[in-house]
Design a protein around this ligand. Sequence first.
Ligand code: GLN
Length: 202
Amino acid sequence: MVASARLRIGVLALQGDVDPHCAVLDRLGALPSTIKSVGDLDRIDGLILPGGESTTIGLLLAKSGIGAAIREHYRRRALPLFGTCAGLILLAKTIEETPDQPHLGLLDVTVRRNAFGRQRDSCETVVPVPLFGPEPLRAMFIRAPLIVGTGPNVETLARWRDHAVLVREGSILGSAFHPELTNDERVHRYFLDRIVTLRSPS
Ligand code: GLN
């Protein structure tokens, strides 16, 4: 059994693409659980914020108190967070055209929503990720945000068409694409491995 096998990973389940993330986590041997209330956060080792509609999820995060609780878990115990697409938008410090939409503001990036253009509503493609070796990653972009700026502590793990599409800052991971909708599980596996690495004393 790999060290990450029994990690308990929450998937924020207020709106959006929840089940496919749970399925990937299950396949990788982690224990997925859906997060629907503040108390659900106490039992998890990491949290995925899925794709969906960031304005809707942001409002629900604010209304339910889960948003404030996530910030608190992050501040207190550096809860590992992984945001995909709308989840990345919610984690971003700055959302370019709609700066006032409710969000968490924990990841030092600026995003531009729906930035790949209407004609690119959805596309499956391959993205080189040097960290994962020579085989490029299969990735699905759906009304994806563009990362237009990264802070000094943000590491870009993958670029596609000249833009960062997979980034990391401390215990936070963010992808502009949906890694849960292809059968390439390497980004989820990386998130689980990161949690194990962050826990082990160096
Ligand atoms: N365009 C959506 C938003 O701005 C994100 C799309 C997605 O998560 N696939 O919230």
